[in-house]
Ligand binder design. Structure first.
Ligand SMILES: C[S@@+](CC[C@H](N)C(=O)[O-])C[C@H]1O[C@@H](n2cnc3c(N)ncnc32)[C@H](O)[C@@H]1O
Length: 194
């Protein structure tokens, strides 16, 4: 079994972000950029939201609105009760707000946000359905799970014939600047061009 899969099964977070400590990347970005409003599409057990929320707490201001379908998702997720338990300190302080809603509709709820994090078992088609609505609304940074060759080559992307994220990035490169952090599962940082 690959190392990241074994760790994923053993951890309470069930997050591939754990393998290469992407929690520290989320924490560092939020500490540096000092956002007031963050939207996360795809929260699951709450690993990324936890590290974002602990940085918001250190900053002394800001909220993260976390969206997921949790047990209503047709593939693999977790019950919302687990996310609530893992994030309870931040829910109680008002820094984290959990909402069960289809990610494709969330853009209607916001005129502008500072940071958007998208982690919906990403592939080109889902990004195409979501990101165009957000590009004019995001002031600082869009963070996407994925973007490396290794991530595009994982089993289910090929098995279900999904569009690789790198193809989607390449097709849209006139709309934003981006860099890819390649350690698995990889992260793409997008700066929308205004
Ligand atoms: C890879 S997990 C998110 C992992 C999490 N960000 C972390 O740090 O571990 C993907 C999540 O996206 C959610 N999801 C997928 N499609 C969705 C949609 N259309 N609307 C809302 N949530 C969705 C799933 O329920 C699942 O919990």
């Amino acid at each position: 079994m690959e190392g990241w899969r074994k760790k994923l099964e053993e951890s309470k977070w069930k997050s591939s972000y754990e393998e290469n400590d992407y929690g520290s990347v989320f924490y560092g970005l939020v500490r540096a950029l000092k956002p007031k409003l963050i939207v996360e599409l795809g929260t699951k057990n709450g690993y990324s939201a936890f590290h974002i929320a602990r940085a918001l707490k250190e900053n002394g201001f800001g909220n993260i609105h976390c969206y997921d379908l949790w047990e209503k998702y047709q593939y693999s997720s977790c019950p919302i009760s687990i996310a609530k338990e893992n994030l309870k300190e931040f829910i109680n302080s008002g820094a984290a707000i959990l909402k069960l809603k289809d990610a494709k509709d969330v853009h209607r709820d916001f005129d502008s946000v500072d940071i958007l994090h998208v982690d919906l078992s990403n592939h080109g088609e889902i990004l195409e359905q979501i990101i165009p609505y957000w590009l004019p609304k995001v002031k600082s940074l869009i963070i996407l799970e994925g973007g490396s060759e290794e991530r595009d080559n994982i089993e289910w992307v090929k098995k279900y014939n999904k569009q690789p994220i790198r193809n989607w990035l390449n097709n849209n490169k006139n709309k934003f600047r981006y860099i890819v952090l390649k350690s698995f599962p990889s992260l793409t940082l997008i700066e929308p061009i205004k």
